[in-house]
Design a binder for this molecule. Sequence first.
Ligand SMILES: Cc1cc2nc3c(=O)[nH]c(=O)nc-3n(C[C@H](O)[C@H](O)[C@H](O)COP(=O)(O)O)c2cc1C
Length: 173
Amino acid sequence: MDVFEAIRRRRSVRNFTGDPVVAADLEKIVAAGIEAPSGCNMQLRQYVIVDAPAVMDNLRPLSGAIDGAPAAIVLLVDPQATKYGEFWIQDASAAMENMLLAAEALGYGACWVEGALRRCEETLRELLGVPANLRVWSLMSVGRAAKTPPRPQKSEFAQVVHRNRFGERFRNA
Ligand SMILES: Cc1cc2nc3c(=O)[nH]c(=O)nc-3n(C[C@H](O)[C@H](O)[C@H](O)COP(=O)(O)O)c2cc1C
């Protein structure tokens, strides 16, 4: 799938069929995360692929967005500061977006789940055996979409894009 098509088609999917995700596809999705840019190329990211039903069952109560998903990818980050600043949040975000687009390109639905995770970082740390030096930063559900939500309202190009100087239109309508 063309990258623009994947960007256009991607939606946050929260309803899944019961079909499992092929292990080789989970591998491809995470490989896309590993390929993402990273400040000073420090790559402070680790990934836990969860596809065992018993482990997924433990994750389900954490968020409605992963409730029906057959698999999840949990993104861990070592929150080290680099000499130029703290890049870890941006690094993790870049990896997450790459993974969402890879999942879309492979025909899966996925959802970035962060909000609830902040409240259950320690639960996940315990469930997945994550060492204390790593933040359990975010997770992504993945599966075959049972229902793809409609495209939500997105910013109008002309309202958020400026050319050379704030307030100057990129092009006249
Ligand atoms: C940082 C971040 C955290 C998010 N956390 C959640 C979440 O906890 N639960 C959820 O259902 N969706 C979550 N989402 C998905 C957003 O709700 C979704 O991206 C937004 O509504 C736009 O819809 P779209 O992704 O289909 O374009 C999160 C997205 C981002 C970028």
